[in-house]
Design a protein around this ligand. Structure first.
Ligand SMILES: [Zn+2]
Ligand SMILES: [Zn+2]
Length: 130
């Protein structure tokens, strides 16, 4: 689901590793100002994540099928839709020390100059995590 890749900043030429997407057990958000990463574990979300699972038609992911089905059949809370869930996760992630907000659609930024304009580094291997 998520992957990380070495990239080169088009502005200053700095090479860094950018991570995209979340994993099986967490979400990966970025600050909409400085691009800092914020990892939010599903278990930290508690009720919010359970309510989202309950609202799904099937499992969130094949690897978590048993757990997700158990939640769908046994969790007594009200299900919520994706929009509401994503907003809830962003609210949970809160604010970055720079004053920006952690968001799903914010992209990683160059740690040196803050630019979000970068290209894939052809010499860096693509790595997938779960
Ligand atoms: Zn920030
Ligand atoms: Zn840069």
């Amino acid at each position: 689901m998520g992957c990380e890749h070495g990239v080169i900043c088009k502005k200053c030429g700095h090479r860094f590793t950018a991570r995209f997407g979340g994993g099986l057990t967490f979400h990966l958000l970025h600050c909409d100002r400085c691009g800092k990463e914020r990892v939010v574990w599903f278990r930290e979300l508690g009720e919010l994540h359970l309510r989202y699972l309950k609202g799904l038609d099937g499992p969130y992911c094949v690897a978590t099928t048993n757990h997700d089905r158990w939640v769908q059949e046994n969790y007594p809370g009200e299900p919520i839709g994706k929009e509401e869930y994503l907003q809830g996760v962003e609210r949970f992630a809160g604010k970055c020390i720079c004053g920006g907000k952690f968001r799903f659609d914010a992209s990683p930024r160059c740690p040196k100059c803050g630019s979000d304009d970068f290209e894939m580094d052809p010499d860096a291997p693509m790595a997938y995590y779960d």
